[in-house]
Design a protein around this ligand. Structure first.
Ligand code: URP
Ligand code: ZN
Ligand code: ZN
Length: 464
C-alpha cells in the first residue's frame, strides 16, 4: 500500500518547504518537490501543514494513583492522542512496592494488550529497590528497550524514593546508558506543610499550591542535578513549572552538563488562581507541581525558546471531576493529582505558540516531536519526516477554527483544562506507519494497530 501526500507545507524541526511525501508500506520512502511517482492513494495537502506524528514522553494511562485509577486506559488515552496528532508516547510503568521490574512490565503490557491505537514505549518508575526490584534487574531493562528510569522525589508515603534510591539508580543509569527522569519536589518538606495546613482546617483546593511552594521544586531540581553529576548519569527533569527550577537547569546547561528539562502545556496557560474557582471547580486544576503564579508563564516560554527547556509534554493523567476529584472534597490532599491534555497539546501550542509569535513552527515540531524522540531513543524512526522514518504523519489544517470542550474530546474525563478556548488549527488526517488513524472527526483504525517500541539507549539512534 502506498500513499502520496502532495503539495503540503512539510515542516520538521529543521525543514520547511512545499513538497510531497511518498509512503511505501510503513515507512517514508521519498520526499521532495513535485515527486514523479504514482501511489495507491493520493492526498491533496495544499494549504495544509505536513508534520511528523508527535511524540509525548510523559503520560499516565490506566495508572493506580491517589486512591483511584486514571480514567483513561490505553484505548481512550491513545484515541485522544491520535486526535491530537500524537502517534507515539512513552508511558510510566510504575513498579508496585515489592514487585520486580519484570512483574511491573508484565502488568503494564497486559493493560495495553489489544487496545493500542498508537505506538508506545515504557519508562520504568522505580519505587522500591530493597524488597522489590534489584539494581541488577534494573541494569537489564535497557536490553528490552526500556531505556529511562523515573524517580519521584515527592508523594511521600506513596511513590517517593529517598536520595539513596535516587543516587543508586543514577549510578546504574551511568553504566547502562539509560536516561534518569525526576519528578523534582522536596516531598518531605511538602508533607510537613500539608499536614500543618490540614491541622489548621485549610482543606480547599487552593492549599494544594500553597503547600507546594516553588522553592521545594527548585531545591529538588538542584539536588537531582548535583547527584546526577556525582553519579555521571544524564538527567531529565519532568514538568518544570517555575523560575525556581528553570534557574538550576539554566546553570547546568550553560555549563554543558547532561541535563534537560521539560514543561507541559498546562503550565503555560493555567495559573494558581484557577485553584480558587468556587464550588470545588478548583479541584480540576489540582496537578503536581501545582499551577504557579502567572509570572512563570513567560519564564517558561522564554526557556522553551532558548532550549533551557527542550521538550513540551502533556503529563496526561486524567481523572473525572464528579466522581474522582471529589475524593478530596473535604481534604485537598486527597484530590487525585493530574489532568487531561493529550488531545490539546498541538492545538494549544500551534495557536498560542506559533500563531501568536512565541515560537516558530520548526521549534514547535522540535519541542513536540524531534527532541523527545531524540532524548528517549526513538529518533529518527519517530519525530521527523525523513526517508526510512516510520510514516507517522499529521496533515494539519492551520486555518480550521475549533472550540475546545470536554464534550468534543476523546478523553473519558468530564472536563477540559481549556474549556471554551477558541483555537485556529486542527489535525485533519493522522497516519501511523502508513495507516490512516484519524480522518477528520472519524477514528478510522481499530485498536491493535499500535505497537510496543523497544527504544534505543540514551544518545543512540533507533533504526529498523
Ligand atoms: O499531577 C500529576 N502530575 N500527576 C501525575 C503524576 C506526576 O507527578 O507526574
Ligand atoms: Zn510528576
Ligand atoms: Zn506525570
Amino acid at each position: 500500500m502506498s500513499v502520496l501526500i502532495k503539495g503540503g507545507r512539510v515542516v520538521t524541526a529543521t525543514d520547511d518547504y512545499v513538497g510531497d511525501v511518498f509512503v511505501d508500506g510503513e515507512r517514508i520512502s521519498l520526499l521532495g518537490e513535485d515527486l514523479d511517482v504514482t501511489a495507491d492513494t493520493t492526498i491533496d495537502a495544499s494549504g495544509k501543514l505536513v508534520l511528523p506524528g508527535l511524540v509525548d514522553p510523559h503520560t499516565h494511562l490506566d495508572m493506580p494513583f491517589g486512591g483511584t485509577t486514571t480514567i483513561d486506559d490505553v484505548q481512550s488515552g491513545q484515541t485522544a492522542a491520535a486526535f491530537g496528532g500524537t502517534t507515539c508516547h512513552v508511558d510510566f510503568c510504575i513498579q508496585p512496592k515489592g514487585a520486580t521490574f519484570a512483574e511491573a512490565l508484565d502488568i503494564w503490557r497486559a493493560k495495553a494488550a489489544g487496545k493500542q491505537l498508537i505506538d508506545m514505549g515504557y519508562h520504568i518508575a522505580v519505587t522500591d529497590l530493597h524488597e522489590g526490584g534489584s539494581l541488577e534487574e534494573l541494569a537489564t531493562l535497557p536490553d528490552q528497550g526500556v531505556t529511562s528510569y523515573k524517580l519521584f522525589m515527592a508523594y511521600k508515603g506513596a511513590l517517593m524514593v529517598d536520595d539513596e534510591t535516587l543516587f543508586r539508580t543514577m549510578e546504574v543509569a551511568a553504566r547502562t546508558g539509560a536516561l534518569v527522569m525526576v519528578h523534582a519536589e522536596n516531598g518531605d518538606a511538602i508533607d510537613v506543610l500539608v499536614q500543618r495546613a490540614l491541622a489548621e482546617g485549610q482543606t480547599e483546593p487552593r492549599y494544594h499550591a500553597i503547600t507546594r511552594p516553588p522553592e521545594t521544586e527548585g531545591e529538588a531540581t538542584n539536588r537531582a542535578i548535583q547527584l546526577a553529576r556525582v553519579a555521571g548519569s544524564p538527567l531529565y527533569v519532568v514538568h518544570v513549572s517555575c523560575h525556581e527550577s528553570v534557574e538550576p537547569i539554566t546553570l547546568a546547561r550553560e555549563k554543558g552538563w547532561d541535563v534537560w528539562g521539560e514543561t507541559c502545556t498546562q503550565y503555560l496557560f493555567v495559573d494558581q488562581t484557577f485553584l480558587d474557582r468556587p464550588d470545588f471547580e478548583g479541584a480540576k486544576y489540582v496537578y503536581t507541581p501545582p499551577p504557579r503564579h502567572k509570572v512563570n508563564q513567560e519564564i517558561l516560554w522564554s526557556a522553551l525558546r532558548s532550549d533551557v527547556l527542550s521538550v513540551l509534554s502533556t503529563d496526561h493523567c486524567a481523572f473525572r471531576w464528579d466522581t474522582q476529584k471529589t475524593l478530596g472534597k473535604d481534604d485537598f490532599s486527597k484530590i487525585p493529582n493530574g489532568g487531561p491534555g493529550l488531545e490539546d497539546r498541538l492545538q494549544m501550542i500551534h495557536h498560542f505558540g506559533v500563531r501568536e509569535g512565541r515560537i516558530s513552527l520548526n521549534r514547535m515540531v522540535e519541542l513536540l516531536a524531534a527532541a523527545p524522540a531524540k532524548l528517549f531513543g526513538l529518533y529518527p524512526r519517530k519525530g521527523t519526516l525523513a526517508v526510512g522514518s516510520d510514516a507517522d504523519i499529521v496533515v494539519f489544517d492551520p486555518e480550521r477554527e475549533v472550540t475546545i470542550t470536554a464534550a468534543s474530546r476523546h478523553s473519558k474525563s468530564d472536563y477540559n483544562l481549556y474549556e471554551g478556548t477558541r483555537v485556529q488549527g486542527a489535525p485533519e488526517l493522522v497516519l501511523l506507519r502508513g495507516t490512516v488513524l484519524v480522518d477528520g472527526d472519524e477514528l478510522v483504525a481499530e485498536p491493535g494497530v499500535g505497537q510496543y517500541v523497544a527504544r534505543a539507549r540514551f544518545g543512540q539512534e533507533l533504526r529498523r
